[in-house]
Design a protein around this ligand. Structure first.
Ligand code: DC
Length: 230
């Protein structure tokens, strides 16, 4: 029996471990991993490089419509190009963290991104993660997950990641930045982070990554069985 290639949508706040979990789930299922946060990050970098103010929705909207963004899941490494220039290595710089939360606020920017993201998922067989995937981008996703975790644990994880990269930043600064980003994610008029009734809540607090991955794979398996037995 031919297996149906599902759309798996994962939303959640920053630092919940979405990227690692989504990447691993995609690899285990033989699906494509799509990191929409990386796409917003690439836009933020492109805007800064082009000198476009991050509080100007009109000019930002024009920029988003005029650039060409290409993405690729390279065995779990999500790579992004804007107008042929690869930005992958700079997407997680702390300066990008600051810029991206501002650019992601604007509806003209989000509308274009949502279109691109939908087209990437059209064929199914994708694990897409972000903030508005279950609600706006892929409301038809067969599996929806809201991945969250205690804010202090999320900050600790993000701080460890930055330490490993040699970035000098205190845990308190990371926590503060995360609280601000959570606020921005929840405040947006359009595409804000919400837990929908049909999304499964997966709380990562105190769980290993393997446990979280297993929980999501089980949801996918159950969905496949339910679809086949219809
Ligand atoms: O998941 P992340 O930390 O890489 O996301 C970077 C930023 O992009 C974050 O400030 C929220 C925003 N974002 C968004 O608004 N919508 C998405 N679908 C994904 C990310």
């Amino acid at each position: 029996m031919e297996k149906r290639r599902l759309k798996v949508a994962i939303d959640g706040p920053a630092g919940a471990g979405k990227s690692t979990v989504a990447r691993t789930v995609a690899r285990r299922l033989g699906y494509t991993y799509l990191d929409t946060g990386a796409m917003y990050r690439a836009l933020a970098l492109a805007a800064v490089e082009r000198g476009i103010p991050l509080d100007d929705p009109v000019r930002l909207g024009e920029m988003v419509r005029s650039i060409h963004m290409t993405v690729r899941d390279d065995g779990g490494l999500f790579r992004v190009w804007v107008d042929g220039q690869e930005l992958t290595d700079r997407l997680r710089d702390p300066s990008t963290d600051k810029a991206v939360k501002l650019i992601a606020m604007h509806r003209p920017v989000r509308e274009v991104m949502v279109e691109i993201q939908r087209s990437l998922a059209r064929e199914g067989g994708v694990v897409m993660e972000g903030r508005d995937i279950t609600s706006v981008v892929l409301p038809d996703a067969e599996v929806k997950v809201f991945l969250t975790g205690d804010v202090r644990e999320r900050a600790r994880r993000r701080w460890q990641e930055l330490q490993a990269k040699g970035v000098k930043i205190s845990w308190e600064e990371v926590l503060d930045e995360l609280i601000q980003r959570d606020r921005k994610d929840l405040e947006r008029d359009w595409g804000k982070l919400v837990k929908l009734p049909d999304a499964h809540l997966v709380d990562t607090t105190g769980k290993t990554q393997d446990e979280v991955v297993a929980e999501i794979l089980k949801l996918c398996e159950e969905k496949e069985i339910a679809l086949h037995s219809r």
